[in-house]
Design a protein around this ligand. Structure first.
Ligand code: FES
Length: 131
């Protein structure tokens, strides 16, 4: 219904507001970011690599940092999400993968901050070659 959107405030890694968007119950934060041209990876030149796994919990490009009060509203991350988060740069105690965070009504006004550093595993995570 109109006017019942769930507000999400997006901030950059320094805490500056990028924009405020509205989503619907069940939307995930990654899709919402895409819909509103928010680049979760930060670097526009990497736009082609934006969220390499399309929400299948096989990268960590959709890493976001939540405020503690909002983090506590969410169900616990699954093991596979925790595994991926372990590999994310700039990991915090309130980090989540955006593609795994589904909006609910009580999350209205949530803040999603971009982590202080990001990487795309599929680009930078190549195994070193030994000679
Ligand atoms: Fe790859 Fe979220 S988009 S883990």
């Amino acid at each position: 219904a109109p006017g019942t959107g769930i507000k999400v405030h997006w901030k950059d890694s320094k805490g500056n507001l990028i924009k405020t968007t509205e989503g619907n119950e069940g939307d995930d934060l990654l899709s919402l970011a895409h819909e509103h041209d928010i680049d979760l990876e930060g670097a526009p030149t990497q736009a082609a690599n934006l969220c390499a796994c399309e929400g299948s919990v096989a990268c960590s490009t959709c890493h976001i940092v939540l405020t503690p009060e909002h983090y506590d509203l969410l169900p616990e991350p699954e093991d596979d999400e925790n595994d991926m988060l372990d590999m994310a740069f700039g990991l915090t105690d309130t980090s989540r993968l955006g593609c795994q965070v589904k909006l609910t009504k009580d999350m209205d006004g949530i803040t999603a901050m971009l982590p202080s550093a990001t990487r795309n595993m599929f680009v930078d995570g190549k195994k070193p070659t030994h000679h």
